[in-house]
Design a protein around this ligand. Structure first.
Ligand code: ATP
Ligand code: MG
Length: 498
């Protein structure tokens, strides 16, 4: 097999801290090349170098036999390299087709923007990704996170590239969309496209990759044929030791009802939602993309207004008109779109952790020491890897940013916490830390609404699961009846149909 990309001694330092150390590797033409490693291992940094976003501190890079020096992503694009980034890189005020063709607009013979052609091409791309429901002229801000992810993918494949890099493309997707993406990868591969695939979902890596490289603390650990590594072995090489028992034991007896939602409806989105949440319970919410789980969380948190229905907290009916009301009532929310509403990437780590709970630190002046101590506690608890506590959040790896947003939502001392896809982009070991922590919160009497598209995680964590479809709750399963099949029956409408 021929080599498409070759690196020799690639290293990267940020203010003299080495985050990538001497990586020499060859990526074969037409293969799907996996990269795995813990949060902060250097995966994104490596592929940012391959796609012209970062310049290496040292080392050389060959593309198709040519020594290349890429100064910008445009340089990379010119030679056929494109990237689906880990964090969305879309302009939210612009519409879908404008984003796809941003900087590479199609023009008519007379030099005008060829809007019709761009719309048509966008429509084709979206149809190929099986998301024809997305309107090419819709503004990005009106899309769900899953739809934004699909637009990022469409953007990357819009121009025939020979080398397509995907940095965690599936964290926001449910199994159906993952299948569509995998179908696409297979087709691209048949057409000779080489793919780099980064993911923490080791089963996906096992399925789609031909070879996999493991990085740990910026260092090359190994590169193996996928057949030679089980998912357990992958985890072991990433972490450097054995990993077992990822889910903590569940709770037997739930406490009294703390939250009761009755006949909650939101125009066009939620229909007649009723459920109860008990003290100490981890209540799972399963469903496909668009089932209404995030909308339900947003309504409870005062981000959307219900047209009817009621919310009762500890026996008292409450009105939640804005997020502040929810926060004051003891509710906290870890949103799925951390960039949209979770954190402020230009602030430092400490300030992000204490963002929603700042008044707790003001007695009356803000105690920086208390803030720092608390941040250190979370950093330790969730193994948050930071260059320094004073680092801006944008300097953290994706998974570490996610851990910071979780810390932020817990730091408000809530009674009820709603977590929406809490472990997206999180490595296996840190996932286990988070599961344990969530279970401890529950043991101490907190109630948790646990929204997740990862069935394994829902099954492993939830004491009870509600399944949503089309803005309704269509099924409920107790812990002992949980299985992936059973959840999918309800989620897809085979069971619990109307
Ligand atoms: N611009 C930057 N300034 C300083 N440090 C940085 C910068 N970008 C990345 N780093 C550091 O480099 C290390 C590697 O980060 P990278 O984003 O490559 O990790 P990753 O393997 O992609 O992790 P994840 O699985 O969480 O996405 C981290 O410790 C991170 O804090
Ligand atoms: Mg990353």
């Amino acid at each position: 097999m021929t080599t498409l990309v070759k690196t020799e001694g690639i290293s990267k330092e940020f203010s003299s801290v080495r985050v990538l150390d001497n990586i020499s590797v060859e990526i074969r033409a037409g293969e799907v090349f996996g990269i795995i490693g813990e949060n902060g291992a250097g995966k994104s940094t490596f592929i940012k170098i391959l796609s012209g976003l970062y310049q290496p501190t040292a080392g050389k890079l060959w593309f198709d036999g040519q020594l290349v020096e890429m100064r910008t992503p445009a340089d990379a694009r010119k030679i056929g390299i494109s990237l689906i980034p880990q964090e969305f890189n879309l302009v939210s005020d612009l519409c879908v087709y404008e984003n796809i063709f941003l900087g590479e607009e199609l023009v008519t013979k007379r030099g005008f923007l060829d809007i019709a052609a761009m719309m048509e091409r966008t429509r084709k791309l979206l149809a190929e990704l099986d998301v024809a429901a997305i309107d090419p002229s819709a503004r990005i801000q009106s899309l769900s996170v899953a739809q934004k992810q699909m637009v990022e993918i469409a953007k990357a494949i819009a121009f025939d590239s020979r080398f397509l890099i995907m940095d965690e493309p599936t964290t926001m997707l449910t199994s159906k969309e993952v299948e569509v993406l995998f179908g696409l990868i297979e087709r691209l591969k048949t057409n000779g496209v080489t793919v780099v695939y980064i993911s923490h979902k080791l089963k996906e890596v096992k399925r789609i990759c031909d070879r996999v490289m493991v990085l740990r603390d910026g260092e090359f650990i190994c590169l193996e044929d996928i057949g030679d590594l089980s998912t357990d072995e992958m985890a072991r090489r990433m972490v450097g030791r054995e990993l077992k028992e990822i889910f903590p034991p569940k709770r037997e007896v739930p406490g009294e009802v703390v939250l009761s939602v009755r006949n909650l409806s939101v125009e066009n989105l939620l229909h007649d939602i009723s459920f109860e949440l008990h003290a100490g319970e981890v209540l799972g919410f399963a469903g496909l993309i668009g089932a209404g789980r995030t909308e339900l969380a947003e309504t409870i948190m005062g981000l959307r207004q219900p047209k009817s229905g009621s919310i009762t907290l500890n026996g008292r009916k409450i009105q939640i008109r804005r997020p502040w009301d929810a926060l004051r009532a003891g509710l906290s929310y870890l949103s799925e779109d951390r960039q949209g509403s979770g954190i402020i990437t230009s602030f430092d780590v400490v300030r992000n952790v204490t963002l929603a709970s700042l008044k707790e630190y003001a007695k009356p002046f803000i105690s920086q020491k208390a803030e720092i101590d608390k941040t250190k506690f979370y950093a330790d608890r969730f193994s948050i890897k930071v260059p320094a506590l004073s680092a801006r959040l944008e300097q953290l790896s994706g998974g570490n940013q996610q851990k910071v947003s979780l810390a932020k939502s817990i730091d408000t001392q809530p009674k009820i916490i709603i977590v929406d896809e809490p472990t997206r982009g999180i490595d296996v070991k840190a996932k286990r830390d988070i599961y344990n922590f969530v279970r401890e919160l529950a043991q101490s009497g907190l109630s948790i609404m646990f929204i997740s598209s990862e069935l394994e995680e829902i099954i492993g964590m939830a004491d009870r699961v509600l399944i949503m479809r089309g803005g309704r709750i269509v099924g409920e399963l107790p812990s002992e009846k949980l299985s992936e099949e059973e959840i999918m029956y309800f989620a897809t409408g085979i069971k619990g149909g109307l």
